[in-house]
Ligand binder design. Structure first.
Ligand code: MN
Length: 321
């Protein structure tokens, strides 16, 4: 998915200065953002006062939306740089095309993982025909400096590893959870997991005390470390935890996001993650002139123009330790 916000503002993210070293319970409210004509998303990251969770730098939750009589998701070709995109669905399907020639339909609880590296462009659309409901999350992972110029590629994995406990089925999307490892390629220590809880479930999830974590609620009524987290909101949990208590009042769907605190400071604007304002400016110019980001073949429609860059240059601050 693209950041279709026409008032795209640059954000400086990352660095130890934002990380909470001990366990906290910080409830993050979503910002509602209109994506195209028919889709409204709830943006959890970046959030006021909370830009990243590990290398996770962007989290949108959308649906469930009834799109039976609508085109559904229609995101025209747009570029990415310096990040990975993770498409995660609970309902419906998304047809992905990109400039490396990928053409794949991603379905519920399958991993669509696109590594932009130095440059990629892609489109995402609800195929025709499509399921009645569309419900999912779109997430970005910032690539660390040593890997941010890797060759762009797309991975699609169905049948991801699962961890089960009474009342809980956890699907490992990225990284490792309780010994189960996702086949998706990662470039920094992190985890992403889908947590399906049944009504009445009470369980403890093993965590890595060196990671910072957050839990996004997708559906149902669940308590995370005693805090009720409603669908479309996210609880930031800080670091220093070895386990996480979960309780479900109804069947519930959560996403666990975590990772080693991201040490590098990044500049994020529109669909780009860079290290300087100049680098972002170059990427915007290259997309506008049709260089570097390749071509998405087969999409029926025009590509997405880049919004205007704000007049004030933004510099990442020095690393805080
Ligand atoms: Mn995108």
């Amino acid at each position: 998915m693209s950041n279709l916000d026409r008032q795209a503002t640059p954000a400086v993210c990352g660095g130890r200065g934002f990380v909470v070293a001990e366990p906290v319970r910080e409830l993050l409210s979503p910002r509602r953002v209109q994506l195209g004509e028919s889709t409204e998303v709830r943006r959890l990251l970046p959030n006021l006062g909370r830009r990243m969770v590990g290398a996770w730098a962007f989290v949108d939750h959308y649906g469930p939306d009834d799109i039976a009589d609508e085109p559904g998701m229609q995101v025209p070709p747009h570029p990415h740089m310096g990040l990975q995109t993770v498409s995660w669905l609970h309902e419906g399907e998304v047809l992905h095309r990109d400039s490396t020639g990928s053409l794949r339909t991603v379905r519920p609880r399958e991993l669509g993982l696109m590594t932009s590296g130095r440059a990629i462009s892609h489109s995402e659309e609800s195929p025709r025909p499509h399921a009645r409901l569309l419900h999912g999350a779109q997430l970005w992972v910032a690539l660390p400096g040593a890997h941010r110029h890797v060759e762009p590629h797309f991975q699609h994995h169905a049948g991801l590893p699962r961890v089960t406990a009474p009342g809980l089925t956890a699907t490992v999307i990225l990284g490792e959870l309780d010994g189960a490892l996702s086949p998706g390629t990662t470039y920094s220590p992190l985890v992403g997991a889908d947590l399906a809880l049944t009504r009445g479930a009470e369980t403890n999830l093993p965590l890595d005390p060196d990671f910072e974590y957050a839990v996004l609620s997708m559906s149902g009524e669940a308590h995370v470390d005693g805090v009720p987290v409603l669908p479309g909101s996210m609880l930031y949990l800080g670091c220093g935890r070895t386990s996480l208590p979960l309780r479900a009042e109804s069947d519930a769907g959560l996403m666990l996001l975590g990772g080693e605190p991201f040490e590098e400071e990044i500049v994020m604007w529109w669909n780009f993650v860079g290290r300087s304002h100049e680098e972002i400016e170059r990427a915007r110019a290259d997309w506008t002139t049709g260089t570097r980001f390749g071509e998405v073949k087969g999409y029926d429609g025009a590509r997405l123009p880049a919004p205007e860059l704000p007049p004030v240059a933004l510099k990442p601050r020095g690393r805080v330790r």
